[in-house]
Write a protein that binds this ligand. Structure first.
Ligand code: AMP
Length: 451
């Protein structure tokens, strides 16, 4: 069985710190938004590795007792997000193995696009796989490499894989942080005491008081070794293609991703959206939480008052977690509730960060109309999502993406809004700044990276 490819995750690692596994736990806790299906940590005490992983949230998988068994001065951790298919704990990370050089544990955020062909080749040579994860390929490639040292074997292995990977690999005494040549997914490192921390997003550092040093560069490997400064090796030429959807939806607003603050950029998207598709109304309302920064920007640029007129129940997970359509529908209602007194008789601009299948927008427009709204104008702070992601974000196949199958007017009618407008691709570029060619915008433009 080939599992669905699409998944988004978080990785974290701590090197040379007496509380390595605890700090990794806190890092994963702050990165929980990137994956709620499973969590895991492998620590190393220099002689032996210890691994705990299971299905569930970080706080469900670990407790004090478990963390004390994760001994050692270094640890790597992972939270997993996946849509359908196999929910076995075998598919949780870190992926751990014993091999001729000792032990290793790998955590991976991203998606390998040539995973199946590599796996087929490995299987034809007798390899046995225990999971459906593309990350398991790497373990085999490293273990089977004909190079001598681990660092050379890792370089050999990553040269064989394609796609998106922000990786942390732990041996019993060293840690390696690697970002693919396009730098699709974020990865940076920070200083904490005498040690170091590596994480998907900088919000992990803020929680534990680590000091951000810099992003790991596309195509770079950082090697952490006791008693030494981190060593940098540019193992592949850098050709940046940072995922722009991290800015639109995925990353936490208090994080700096690709060296820019996410909240600030989302607010700019809202300002730009107001410029591009102004309309007269009584109030601007966000779809919480994703639409909040953009709605503040839209309100400030348009002068139309901002109101939190939809409440969110924070004890319900993201609506994408359960894959069936019926549960998704119910969960929107469980999660979001309108304040009728605010909405009755009003002309409303409702702002969300994206429309994928159209389920959320349709429910919200109906909810606002049922609450007595006079007009509902939907504004989306990103362009239409027209193409699936092969680099690690959970977007469904093209036939499920509403913007790939309907015109703007058809989508407006489907969601039941009085008007609908998206941010333009140019408007998105203008909001995030920087070199346009350095972003991957495939989900909005269909322009995939070919090499
Ligand atoms: P939909 O209901 O399918 O149109 O999904 C749109 C909603 O899901 C929006 O409120 C987005 O904030 C959110 N969303 C967009 N992309 C993702 C994703 N990859 N994972 C989870 N939620 C998402």
């Amino acid at each position: 069985m080939q599992r669905e490819l699409n998944e988004e995750c978080a990785v974290a690692g701590v090197f040379n710190h007496k509380d390595a596994s605890k700090l990794t736990y806190f890092a994963l806790f702050s990165l929980q938004h990137r994956g709620q299906e499973a969590a895991g940590i492998s620590s190393s005490d220099g002689k032996k590795m210890h691994t705990i992983k299971d299905r569930g949230l970080v706080t469900q998988v670990f407790d004090d007792v478990k963390l004390t068994t994760l001994k050692g001065h270094m640890a790597v951790g992972h939270t997993r997000y996946s849509t359908a298919g196999d929910d076995s704990i075998l598919d949780a990370q870190p992926v751990y193995a014993r091999y001729d050089l000792g032990e290793m544990a790998i955590v991976h955020n991203g998606n390998l696009t040539n995973a199946q062909s590599i796996r087929d080749k490995l299987i034809s040579k007798g390899a046995i796989f225990q999971t459906f994860m593309d990350t398991e390929n790497l373990i085999h490639l490293i273990a089977k490499s004909e190079q001598g040292k681990l660092v050379e074997r890792i370089i050999d292995a990553v040269n064989k894989i394609e796609g998106a990977y922000s990786l942390i690999i732990q041996s019993r005494s060293k840690m390696f942080a690697i970002r693919d040549p396009h730098g699709f997914r974020p990865l940076s490192y920070a200083k904490i005491g005498e040690g170091y921390m590596v994480a998907s997003e900088t919000c992990a550092y803020d929680l534990v008081g680590a000091e951000y040093v810099r992003d790991i560069l596309p195509g770079e490997m950082l090697i952490f070794e006791k008693g030494m400064e981190p060593q940098s090796l540019q193992i592949m030429p850098s050709t940046p293609k940072h995922c722009i959807f991290e800015y639109v939806y995925f990353a936490r607003p208090d994080s700096n991703v690709y060296e820019q603050n996410v909240y600030t950029l989302r607010k700019k998207m809202g300002i730009q959206l107001a410029r591009e598709s102004a309309i007269d109304a009584d109030m601007v309302i966000p779809v919480p939480d994703g639409g909040v920064p953009a709605a503040i920007g839209y309100s400030q640029a348009s002068g139309i008052p901002f109101e939190m007129a939809i409440m969110r129940n924070h004890y319900v997970g993201r609506t994408f977690i359960e894959p069936t359509q019926e549960i998704r529908d119910l969960k929107v209602k469980m999660k979001l509730s309108p304040i009728k007194e605010m909405i009755q008789g009003k002309r409303i601009i409702i702002i969300d960060d994206s429309i994928v299948r159209g389920t959320t927008s349709r429910k919200i427009v109906r909810m606002l109309k049922d609450a007595g709204a006079k007009e509902v104008h939907m504004r989306i702070s990103s362009p239409p999502t027209t193409d699936p992601c092969f680099y690690g974000v959970d977007t469904p196949n093209k036939d499920k993406l509403i913007a790939a199958n309907m015109s703007l007017d058809e989508i407006r009618d489907y969601i039941g809004a009085d008007s609908l407008a998206y941010l333009s691709v140019e408007g998105l570029y203008a909001s995030v700044g920087g070199e346009k060619s350095h972003y991957c915008t495939a989900c909005f433009t269909g322009e995939y990276i070919t090499s």
